[in-house]
Design a protein around this ligand. Sequence first.
Ligand code: SF4
Length: 234
Amino acid sequence: MQCNLEGLSGWIKNSFIDFPGTVSTVLFFSGCNLRCPYCHNCSLIVFPDDMSGLSNKVWDFLEKRKEVIEGVVFSGGEPTLHPNIKEIIKEIRKIGYKVKLDTNGLLPDMIGEFSPDYLALDIKTDPKLYSQYLKAQYNNIETRLKKSLSIVKKMGGNAEVRITVAPRIVTRDIILGLRDLIEGVGLVYLQPADLTRGVLDQSFFKSVDPVTKEEVAEFQELLEPAVGSCVIRE
Ligand code: SF4
């Protein structure tokens, strides 16, 4: 009898894009320790009612699809918030799957517990702005992010940093600051935020100009010398 996938709130059965080089199934876990104004996963950032029915379906699928699916992606929300995640991963690995973690990196010790085969770490903005812009409730953001970034660097080609580019949250000055923070990371993606469809706090972006393609290209040029590769992901 497998453990309950506590916190599971969404599921994509088959994905060819979420786990580099790996056909995967993607599990979305609810709850988040941030409130990014551009968040599209609004329904995932609060803990939902019991989803144990879904949990049983996922275990059944994982047992039956071993020949086709190679990996499981833990996404959210913020999957590291779930206390029984270690047990879940142990069970998933026992069946034979690789594990990828998508995280905002504020709980670096949990990343260690996860020990993912692939890690995607979101760096959102200047660590000093996490409380003001993203409603973070921790006071040592920079220390936490540095710890997570050291894991990314150790993992080499099996890890990436993602920076979502949104007005006010990522500016030229902020990019210059982040350049020092992420120096030495192998792969960095710049992903322009999509503010055209339902986001958590549209008012945050009221009366600010959108970030242009030219600005994103400039951010790429600024970051490139400090990292292995910086790619714009549309
Ligand atoms: S975008 Fe921000 S608020 Fe939304 S799930 Fe990710 S970290 Fe949490």
